[in-house]
Design a protein around this ligand. Sequence first.
Ligand code: CP
Ligand code: NVA
Length: 302
Amino acid sequence: MKHLLKMSDLSKADIIDILNLADQLKYELKHNIPHRHLEGKTLGMIFQKSSTRTRVSFETGMYQLGGNALFLSSRDLQIGRGEPVQDTARVLSRYLDGIMIRTFAQKEVEDLSQFGNIPIINGLTDYCHPCQVLADLMTIREYKGQFDGLKMCYIGDGNNMANSLIVGGLTVGMEVAVACPEGYRPDPTVLEFAKAYGNKFTLTDKPVEAAANSDVLFTDVWASMGQEGEAEIRRKAFAGYQINDEVMAAAKRDAMVQHCLPAHREEEITAKVFEAHAEEIFDEAENRLHAQKAVMVKLMKS
Ligand code: CP
Ligand code: NVA
């Protein structure tokens, strides 16, 4: 594994390996056991979109691993004034030991990995959010003990989160059911990927149908970063695509709820369901730190 560009780069064994290391790093952190695997290393973090969790967890994680992290806003970099990604990649490869990038086009992340010669980590694109889904899988395993026999349900926009959850969930052996309105389905490459899993993957436009008998339910915002101008149209298109009491009643009694955050209460999730599952959701947010530390150690440790 040289980079983390998208979930489909990872085999089941790769994911389990990362999660095992993440569990170990979490244990070490909680017990004050030093784990300075990246002493003297520097991670550059390029942000073309806002972030709370990704920025803080990568920066803190790098610090805990004995390294250093640089916050590079695209507003300040020459990339924001049109310097080609090819040149940026080659220059940054001379200074840094790894790059985390959050941007719009997946192609930009793929280009960075082609033209640079240091590990590239995708910190969210319009296409996918692999770091988030590794943390999600870590949290599911913490609560449920295993993946086999579990059903994951995703309700809402067929966006970056849906794309990565489908690939990640199927890869580790879960059944995955998705409910999206017509016109807002997951990416065709992801639907193609899911075909190989036969009836372990289902796509519907009925949230209660997708939620039936599920062990873990996911949702995400109706309008992602960059789609603010479509917020009104999307509010109409997604009405009813919500994790609420009715949806929870269709799921298993001990079903857990996950949300990558930020959440919009009374849009994709009711405040009641959110608060009832807040512990799981904030464990999920915490696990970004541990899962990403594991990714950085795997990719950047000499
Ligand atoms: N879930 C997530 O990626 O959060 P941020 O946008 O705050 O980084
Ligand atoms: N789908 C959301 C996820 C945020 C973490 C977005 O892209 O804005």
